[in-house]
Design a protein around this ligand. Structure first.
Ligand SMILES: C[S@@+](CC[C@H](N)C(=O)[O-])C[C@H]1O[C@@H](n2cnc3c(N)ncnc32)[C@H](O)[C@@H]1O
Length: 270
């Protein structure tokens, strides 16, 4: 999983979208909980924003929040069914633009027009050549003080562990992966991408990777994911590079799920 063709096949033909992607928020206690506890604290400085570009919106799990904090929202996804679903969900009121792309191109976006580019839980499945293409184009698309928040794979930092996990008999591998004892290949992180490479892609594109968080995902220990925050050198977001790791993502999710369950005042059982 990682090429544009593989992504197209999974997200158009193989994935059951009947829960609109909300099934990926269950471990946080639901999509609202995940937005408020996992996503919003990481993007709050960048919103509200004039124009937001979202790459890989799926069926609109984060779009529903982004649309409320911008004047104009541009959605780009390689899967036509995802763009159709977003159009049905959010309507054609003129503030949202919908685009199906080839998995690489941002040609439909005007240069110097994007204040905030956002992609969460989508490009983790994309290979390095796809990220290279998007990062290079963001150099043209961002406004002078524009900023991009890109969630991508860091599985490429674990080549040996991944090789080991692939050789492990399937009957043990799944269990060990879910416990965080083996790198989680079931989460389909692209094996071609490591955080350091994305930092270099930014530099090659004339952008600065101003912050980079390496984080574990649902299965714990391995830092399979990364979020790169990207801006123009010398712009208001370029305050010197910062990088940190978060191994507690799963623990934060469990705590949030418990808190949301208690504070949502469920109906008493009859
Ligand atoms: C796991 S779904 C996540 C959707 C949404 N971000 C969410 O969190 O609910 C991955 C999405 O990314 C899209 N996608 C994957 N690779 C892409 C690419 N190279 N360019 C644009 N969209 C892509 C898929 O079509 C799908 O909509």
């Amino acid at each position: 999983m990682g090429t544009v063709d593989e992504n197209l096949s999974v997200w158009t033909e193989r994935w059951d979208w009947s829960s609109q992607g909300d099934e990926w928020s269950g471990w946080w206690g639901g999509t609202e909980a995940m937005w408020h506890a996992a996503v919003l604290p990481r993007v709050h400085a960048f919103i509200p924003a004039g124009t937001i570009l979202e790459v890989g919106p799926g069926y609109g799990r984060w779009t529903q929040y982004l649309r409320a904090v911008c004047d104009r929202l541009i959605l780009v996804d390689l899967a036509p069914n995802c763009i159709d679903a977003c159009r049905r969900r959010f309507g054609d009121d003129g503030d949202i633009e919908y685009h199906v792309n080839d998995g690489r191109s941002l040609a439909m976006v005007d240069d110097a027009s994007v204040d905030f580019a956002f992609s969460f839980d989508s490009l983790v499945h994309a290979d390095l050549d796809t990220l290279a293409s998007y990062v290079a184009q963001l150099a043209d698309k961002l406004t002078a003080d524009g900023v991009a928040f890109i969630h991508h794979s860091n599985a490429g930092a674990y080549r040996t562990s991944s090789k080991l996990a692939r050789r492990m008999p399937a009957r043990w591998a799944g269990r060990l992966m879910r416990r965080g004892l083996l790198i989680d290949l079931l989460a389909w992180r692209s094996p071609t991408v490591a955080a350091e490479q994305v930092r270099r892609l930014c530099e090659q594109a004339g952008l600065a990777c101003v912050a980079q968080e390496r984080l574990s995902w649902e299965s714990g220990y391995y830092l399979t994911d990364a979020i790169s925050t990207v801006a123009r050198p010398g712009s208001r977001w370029d305050r010197g590079p910062a990088s940190w790791t978060t191994r507690s993502f799963r623990a934060e999710a469990r705590r949030t799920a418990r808190l949301y369950a208690r504070s949502s005042f469920p109906e008493p059982r009859s």
